[in-house]
Write a protein that binds this ligand. Structure first.
Ligand code: PNS
Length: 169
């Protein structure tokens, strides 16, 4: 039996989501057209100097999807493949923006495949409108005083303003 047919009702969308952007949201919505449930796995990576805590990131995602009960927001500690095995999910979805994403995604997919051949990664092209949106550029723009309305969910706009104001104090 191929990996896809094992459990095509559920997909995991892993990432840092620091914070979630409209590009991420678009991918979640499109995945819901294919899968019954999307598990958004927020990676808890202590090596990355995240702006938001895992709890803050999870809450922003829940609010951004309007508390849709087909979107399950959880935390990933350690390896993605271990988490997938634990919850019985065999399909990982990732977004692909510009060509520059390719090498990084290729490396991750290769590593995950080496760790567990039963877990398949699929890619969706990021919506054209969100091609140049990523969490990093959003944070640096807001930090420098830009308004990022329309690029991130409203709740994220608010939380970013709060976060940077608090950091200035
Ligand atoms: O949004 P990001 O930062 O590009 O997401 C990267 C993420 C979280 C998907 C990746 O770092 C990950 O899977 N982390 C969990 C640890 C792991 O499994 N590492 C081995 C595969 S690279």
């Amino acid at each position: 039996m191929c990996a896809m047919s094992k459990n095509s009702g559920k997909v995991i969308y892993p990432g840092s989501f620091d914070p979630i952007t409209n590009g991420h949201l678009d991918l979640i919505e499109r995945s819901l057209h294919i899968f019954e449930y999307v598990i958004v796995g927020v990676a808890n990576n202590p090596d990355k100097n995240a702006l938001f805590t895992v709890e803050e990131r999870k809450e922003m995602i829940r609010a951004a999807v309007n508390y849709n009960d087909r979107v399950i927001v959880d935390q990933i500690d350690g390896l993605l493949v271990d988490y997938c095995r634990k919850i019985g999910v065999h399909v990982v979805v990732r977004g692909m923006r510009a060509l520059s994403d390719f090498e990084y995604e290729f490396q991750m997919t290769f590593m995950n495949r080496k760790l567990d051949r039963e877990i398949e990664t699929i890619f969706m092209m990021t919506g054209l409108r969100w091609f140049f949106v990523n969490s990093k550029i959003i944070k640096s723009a807001v930090k420098a005083g830009a308004c990022v309305e329309g690029l991130v969910p409203d709740i994220v706009c608010e939380k970013l303003q709060e976060k940077f104001k608090a950091k200035q104090l």
